[in-house]
Design a protein around this ligand. Structure first.
Ligand SMILES: [Zn+2]
Length: 365
């Protein structure tokens, strides 16, 4: 489901229908975001925003993005099934009413539903972990303490193209050999002891020109992806890399240039309650990063995935873990709509309903 493909549009309609089935007012905006809203009966309460993405990478798996949507909807539905005293939701089925002619101006009605960021207290996203940590720790779920910041660079190395047989070794300006030295330098500077568990650096793409076995490369470019949960550590790594590029390129007499393609600052989750639950740091970027700029608090829950595999058709989450994440989200949401965090029978009731709902949802996934 790449952005705006026919499959992407069909998915949007399906999600909208599921939201309506959960008693939400639902609409699709001009950029293709699918919105669903359900209001508590108490007025003046701030909204909790649940989000996930429904587009996928090419040749991706069934759970990236989709899991967060299904878990969010199942949690909301389970809450409706177990309405507690004093807590009710208004489900008005705007879409179907509009079709029946019950709303005079459906467009205005939809515009009136759009959320003002100031009315949102927090953003919550459930996502597959896309890494092996939860599985290794034997845990179905974890709360994300923060999302790593990221810098993406493209390094150009320009040498002199030449014949592999006739140009002597001394005096060559081999762009590929210089790039290879720099790639190893990137790895070395990121496995320094002070950056342990806090810095990851990857060269994932190399372009060699002209790319023939009998030609000394005249131009080689490569990508560098640097991530850390602290911006200070990431910026330090970038500075050291720039230094290494300068030194190496000078020594090898090649011309180098570094383009900074992308920078995203690290985002910290709301620390409240993090002492009592398993905590992780996300190395992958998430929608929560962009949302965190507009909304005061953000939280993410990660769900264990088999072998840490993601962005692959082999991606897999156990149905029991889907159930556990739905129950955890529903319990959290109960706490938010009912005031102080609940314990006891209400949460168990909600968890039991979430259980049933999650098992219904397994087939859909
Ligand atoms: Zn994702």
């Amino acid at each position: 489901r790449t952005f705006f493909s026919p499959a992407h549009r069909r998915a949007a309609e399906q999600i909208k229908a599921w939201m309506q089935d959960c008693g939400m007012e639902s609409w699709i905006d001009v950029v293709g975001n699918v919105h669903g809203r359900i209001k508590a009966s108490r007025d003046g309460t701030q909204a909790v925003l649940l989000g996930s993405h429904y587009d996928t990478v090419l040749d991706g798996g069934a759970y990236d993005g989709a899991l967060g949507i299904i878990v969010g909807l199942a949690a909301v539905k389970s809450m409706l099934l177990t309405e507690m005293e004093g807590v009710r939701f208004q489900s008005t089925f705007l879409g179907s009413r509009a079709v029946e002619g019950g709303v005079a101006d459906p467009q205005a009605a939809v515009a009136a539903l759009a959320l003002d960021p100031a009315s949102i207290s927090e953003y919550i996203e459930v996502h597959i972990e896309q890494g092996p940590v939860l599985e290794a720790r034997g845990l179905p779920l974890g709360v994300v303490a923060g999302i790593a910041g990221q810098t993406r660079l493209w390094v150009h190395v320009n040498g002199t193209q030449g014949h592999a047989g006739t140009v002597p070794m001394r005096g060559r300006r081999d762009a590929l050999a210089a790039a290879a030295e720099l790639i190893v330098a990137v790895e070395e500077l990121c496995i320094a002891p002070e950056s342990e568990e806090n810095l990851v650096c990857t060269v994932g793409e190399v372009q060699v020109w002209p790319g023939a076995s009998n030609v000394i490369s005249g131009h080689t470019g490569f990508s560098v992806d640097i991530r850390s949960k602290t911006d200070q550590m990431r910026n330090l790594a970038v500075a050291r890399l720039l230094q290494a590029v300068e030194t190496t390129c000078k020594r090898r007499d090649v011309a180098c240039k570094v383009n900074r393609k992308h920078d995203a600052a690290a985002v910290l989750s709301d620390p409240e309650g993090l002492e009592s639950v398993p905590v992780l740091v996300s190395g992958a970027g998430h929608d929560a990063m962009a949302i965190a700029e507009a909304i005061p608090k953000m939280g993410m829950m990660f769900v264990r995935c088999r072998g840490g595999v993601s962005h692959s058709p082999l991606e897999h989450v156990e149905p029991e873990d889907v159930t556990a994440s739905t129950a955890a989200l529903a319990a959290y949401l109960w706490g938010r709509v009912a005031g102080p965090m609940l314990t006891g029978p209400e949460v168990q009731e909600s968890a039991a309903a979430a259980d049933t709902e999650a098992s219904n949802v397994r087939d859909e996934l």
